[in-house]
Design a protein around this ligand. Structure first.
Ligand SMILES: Nc1nc2c(ncn2[C@@H]2O[C@H](COP(=O)(O)OP(=O)(O)OP(=O)(O)O)[C@@H](O)[C@H]2O)c(=O)[nH]1
Ligand SMILES: [Mg+2]
Length: 339
């Protein structure tokens, strides 16, 4: 078997922070590589990218909703506005349209290129085919979104689905936008029955269809008034049309307003740190199983260690991995603290 040369994580991190496209692409590939040697380097890469910035800067936005609601079209419209305003954007599209039988993974990219033919340094799109099929968002999407947060003002994650996917996306994004399809009762039923969490912002797309979109918007407005709403936030329902561009600017104002809200009430850093802990737990469990989690001290010790090093949870993650690996190899199985 030929050995694939893996990039040096520290050099890669430096290139990513300078927003070099080749470094961003290579970093994302590394995070997506499941080989044991690559996992070591991925953890080192993430550790060298961590810092205060990850608690305070940028905006991670999840865009989710049922198939065909117009998520990719809406993301393309959002990108156009952001780029006009000079903001840099990274996109992770977990896009079922990128199924190979439908012609590959560039649908969103193609759509944007149509309007924006020149090469754009401030925009990076990565399509991930078939990553949400096991009822949730694949674990690699989370570190990938954080890598992008290291070098873009705005990072968007587009996912399709209902149920677990929304819960997962709510554990990645600062702001979750739900794109609803006009005249589809499903979303309202899911909301009422609590199957989906309340997203921070609703976008009822295809407003150009007229009455059906307006009706869906007003029904959603009523259904979203559940008691588990976050205090101080108004959960706006926006009517938009990705095709005609109607309503996109006001919708984006709500998106920005949500980030300001989180920052003002001191929730942004807390939310991110909580999300990071949840994903570190998931990554450790995926790699080592519950036995591995126990070797690192169990849930509460791991949670405590992560919260003590909030700015650099990936470095903490790397230390825990190393510890578990050494325990595996030395054959010890005590579940004491890793200190
Ligand atoms: N009339 C109208 N059609 C739209 C609008 N936005 C998207 N569409 C159409 O809706 C269809 C689905 O759009 P996509 O953007 O691919 O939807 P999606 O939610 O990303 O779809 P999946 O990723 O496959 O789940 C396409 O045929 C679009 O042209 C809109 O604002 N108005
Ligand atoms: Mg799509």
């Amino acid at each position: 078997m030929t050995e694939v040369k893996l990039p040096d994580p520290e050099q890669l991190a430096a290139g990513i922070l300078r927003r070099e496209r080749a470094a961003v692409a290579s970093g994302l590939n590394l995070l997506d590589n499941k080989l044991a040697a690559a996992r070591d380097r991925s953890a080192r890469l993430l550790a060298s990218l961590s810092g205060e910035r990850w608690l305070n800067d940028g905006h991670l936005i999840g865009v989710t909703g049922p198939p065909g609601a117009g998520k990719s079209s809406l993301v393309a419209a959002m990108i156009r506005e952001w780029r006009l305003a000079g903001r840099t954007v990274g996109v992770l599209a977990v896009d079922p349209s990128s199924r190979p039988e439908l012609g590959g993974g560039a649908l969103l990219g193609d759509r944007i290129r149509i309007k924006n033919s020149s090469y754009d340094e401030g925009l990076f799109i990565r399509s991930l085919a078939n990553r949400s099929q096991l009822g949730g968002v694949a674990t690699e999407v989370w570190p990938m979104s954080w890598l992008m947060l290291g070098c873009f003002d705005i990072v968007v994650i587009e996912t399709v689905g209902v149920g677990q996917t929304e819960i997962d996306i709510a554990e990645i994004g600062d702001t979750v936008c739900y794109v609803a399809q006009p005249a589809s009762g499903d979303t309202i039923q899911y909301l009422k029955s609590g199957i989906i969490e309340i997203p921070d912002i609703f976008a009822v797309n295809k407003a150009d269809l007229g009455t059906s979109a307006r009706k869906t918007a007003s029904e959603l407005g009523r259904s979203a008034s559940r008691p588990d709403r976050r205090e101080g936030w108004d959960y706006p329902v926006c009517l938009v049309s990705a095709t005609t561009n109607a309503g996109i600017k006001p919708f984006l104002e709500h998106v920005d307003r949500h980030r300001s809200f989180l920052a003002d009430v001191g929730l942004l850093g807390k939310l991110r740190s909580r999300h990071q802990s949840a994903w570190v737990m998931r990554l450790l469990k995926e790699e080592f199983g519950t036995f591995g989690l126990d070797l690192a001290g169990g849930h509460s010790i791991i949670g405590q260690r992560l919260s003590e090093n909030r700015c650099n949870q990936f470095a903490e993650y790397e230390r825990m991995r190393m510890h578990i690996l050494s325990r595996f190899t030395s054959g010890k199985s005590s579940s004491n603290s890793t200190r």
